[in-house]
Design a protein around this ligand. Structure first.
Ligand code: SF4
Ligand code: FES
Length: 244
């Protein structure tokens, strides 16, 4: 398969950046999208050119580092998967593929397709934890939790912190991410002790680092690779009202 790639190249946060065009021949439909970028980078290195910088780690959909815009969608046009799970069989012979970094003020471009997501880390550090003594694994039945609550908490906890929700939102709102991180504790007894401090601190940090507000367009939920639900935002708002 032949493809035309239009890839955003930018030296650093201060430089302007622009799209560069790359022709790809012999792209196998069996390849993963990131393998296709690996093949391009191999060629660029052999030609003594600067390879395209992109973030990745697990390539298994769990670390959240492989975020990029592909043909106008965070993580590409196929719903509910990360870029590293995107296969080249979803592309057509002769297609042009536009590849860009997340575009949001709190996520400045480091280089090419890599953005700095430490704004998320700062929110997590503000309150995304519970304070317990660690040690041996506790007896599972010491604290009984309703099945429905543990299922809902797990559904929130699968957020991988990729930032696609922010990139998809016209307000660069981080509410889906923050609400998932708050919900995973709010639903469990272990999270209730610090619930007030947690929601106050995380929401304050979210505002401080520059994320926008939610205007209920639902773009975040539609583009989230882990299908985190908007109901998490409602829960976060309820937690916030209770805390004041
Ligand atoms: S809510 Fe979804 S899109 Fe946002 S950081 Fe979590 S997994 Fe990524
Ligand atoms: S590389 Fe880890 S989620 Fe894609």
């Amino acid at each position: 398969m032949k493809l035309t790639l239009k890839i955003w190249r930018q030296k650093n946060a201060k430089s302007k950046g622009n799209f560069e065009t790359y022709q790809m021949d012999n792209v196998s439909p069996e390849m993963a999208f990131l393998e296709m970028l690996d093949a391009l980078n191999k060629r660029l290195v052999e030609e003594d050119k600067d390879p395209v910088a992109f973030d990745h780690d697990c390539r298994e959909g769990i670390c959240g580092s492989c975020g990029m815009y592909i043909n106008g969608h965070p993580h590409g046009p196929i719903p509910a998967i990360t870029t590293c799970h995107l296969s080249m069989r979803f592309f057509k012979e002769g297609q042009t593929v536009w590849i860009e970094p997340w575009r949001a003020k709190p996520f400045p471009v480091i280089k090419d397709l890599i953005v700095d997501r430490t704004a998320f880390d700062k929110i997590q550090i503000a309150g995304g934890f519970i304070s317990v003594n660690t040690g041996a694994a506790p007896e599972a039945n010491n604290i009984l939790i309703r099945k429905k609550d543990s299922d809902n908490a797990f559904d929130s906890a699968i957020c991988i912190g990729c930032g696609a929700c922010v990139a998809a939102c016209k307000n660069a709102s981080a509410m889906l991410f923050v609400s998932a991180k708050i919900s995973q504790f709010a639903l469990l007894p272990q999270g209730k002790v610090e619930a007030i401090d947690r929601v106050r601190a995380m929401v304050a940090k979210m505002d401080e680092v520059g994320f926008g507000n939610c205007s209920n367009t639902g773009a975040c939920e539609a583009e989230c690779p882990k299908q985190i639900k908007l109901t998490n935002i409602s829960r976060m708002n309820r937690e916030y009202f209770k805390a004041y």
